[in-house]
Design a protein around this ligand. Structure first.
Ligand code: ATR
Length: 287
C-alpha cells in the first residue's frame, strides 16, 4: 500500500486537486492515493495530530494541499515555515518529514506556499514583468500570493480593491526595500492606471456571476496581458472582452496547475508530467 495525500478544506467537494494529482500519480505508476478531507475549522488541530501519528489511517498521510478556510489558521499548527510563506502569511501545502530530520521522535509538519510560485510560473510563461506595470484587482488571499510573486519579479504593482483599507494594508506589507513601492487604490481608479499586466483575483465573474466584469472595455489595449484567475467558466466575460481587444491571455487555471506542480515536487522531490495534470484539469473544467 502506498502513502496517502489529500486536500483539506471546508467545503472541499468541488476541488479539482484529486483529478490533477491522480493523473500525476498514474503517469509514474505510483500506488499512492489522493483524497478529499472535509475538515471544519474546529477539527483542524486534531486532524494534524492524527497525521503526526495519533490516528493509524491519518498517519499514512505524507502531504496535503490546503484550501479555504484553513490557509491562515494552519500556520499555527505546523512546525516550520519558509521565508516566502511567512511573508505571504498563508500556507497551501503541508509536507510531513520522512523521518530523517526528526527530533525527539516528534513528527514534523512543514508549511509551504506554492500559490505564489504557481502565479510566477504562469506569468513568466507569457511575459517578463521586471520594471513593468502590473495592476491587481482584489486584495484577498489569492491577491497576496500574486502581488508577492510580482514584487519578487521586480514589477511595479498597483492593488485596486472595493475596500481601500485592505488594498492599502497589502500594499504596505509588500513594499520591499529593494523593490518598487506597491501602490493602492479603489477599483474605480482603474481607468487612471497603466498596465502591461492586469490580474483579476476577485470572485466577480465566477459561476452564476459569469456575466459580470469589473473592467470597462475601454481599459483594454492591444498587447496588454490579462490574467483572470477565475476559471469557472473557463472563459469569463473579462477574458472574452480582453481577447476581442487583442490582449494576450493567461488562462486562470494555470495558477492552480503550477501550484500543484510545485506541491508534487515538494512531496516527491521530482517533477511531475505537468502536461498530464493539465489534461486532467481541462477535462474536468470542460465537462
Ligand atoms: P480569496 O482568498 O479568494 O482571494 P478573499 O480573501 O475573501 O478571497 O478576497 C476576496 C476579494 O474579492 C476581496 O478583494 C474582495 O473585496 P473586499 O476586500 O472589498 O471585500 C473582492 N470581492 C468580492 N466580491 C466582490 C464584488 N462583488 N465586487 C468587488 N470586489 C469583490
Amino acid at each position: 500500500m502506498g502513502n496517502l495525500y489529500g486536500v483539506i478544506g471546508h467545503p472541499v467537494k468541488h476541488s479539482l486537486s484529486p483529478a490533477m494529482f491522480e493523473a500525476a500519480f498514474w503517469e509514474y505508476d505510483m500506488d499512492d492515493e489522493y483524497q478529499k478531507f472535509e475538515i471544519a475549522p474546529e477539527q483542524l488541530g486534531a486532524f494534524l495530530d492524527g497525521i503526526r501519528g495519533n490516528d493509524e489511517e491519518l498517519a499514512r498521510i505524507y502531504g496535503l494541499s490546503v484550501t479555504i478556510p484553513h490557509k491562515e489558521a494552519i500556520m499555527q499548527h505546523v512546525d516550520a515555515l519558509d521565508a516566502h510563506t511567512k511573508a505571504i502569511g498563508a500556507v497551501n501545502t503541508i509536507v510531513k518529514d520522512d523521518g530523517s530530520e526528526r527530533k525527539d521522535g516528534r513528527v514534523l509538519l512543514k508549511g509551504a506556499n506554492t500559490d505564489w510560485i504557481g502565479a510566477k510560473r504562469a506569468i513568466e510563461e507569457v511575459m517578463d514583468v521586471e520594471g513593468k506595470d502590473v495592476v491587481v484587482l482584489g486584495a484577498g488571499g489569492a491577491a497576496a500570493a500574486i502581488v508577492y510573486a510580482c514584487v519578487q519579479m521586480k514589477a511595479r504593482v498597483t492593488i485596486l480593491n472595493r475596500t481601500l483599507d485592505r488594498a492599502e494594508a497589502m500594499a504596505e506589507r509588500f513594499s520591499g526595500e529593494d523593490a518598487p513601492v506597491v501602490k493602492a487604490g479603489l477599483l474605480t481608479d482603474l481607468m487612471n492606471c497603466r498596465a502591461n499586466l492586469l490580474v483579476h483575483t476577485t470572485s466577480v465573474g465566477m459561476g452564476a456571476d459569469a456575466e459580470r466584469s469589473l473592467v470597462p472595455v475601454e481599459f483594454f489595449k492591444r498587447g496588454m496581458v490579462v490574467f483572470d484567475i477565475v476559471y469557472t467558466p473557463l472563459e469569463t466575460r473579462l477574458v472574452r472582452e480582453a481577447k476581442r481587444h487583442e490582449c494576450r491571455i493567461i488562462p486562470g487555471y494555470k495558477m492552480l496547475l503550477y501550484q500543484g506542480e510545485r506541491q508534487f515536487e515538494l512531496w516527491f522531490r521530482k517533477k511531475p508530467r505537468t502536461e498530464k495534470m493539465e489534461e486532467a484539469l481541462l477535462t474536468h473544467l470542460q465537462s
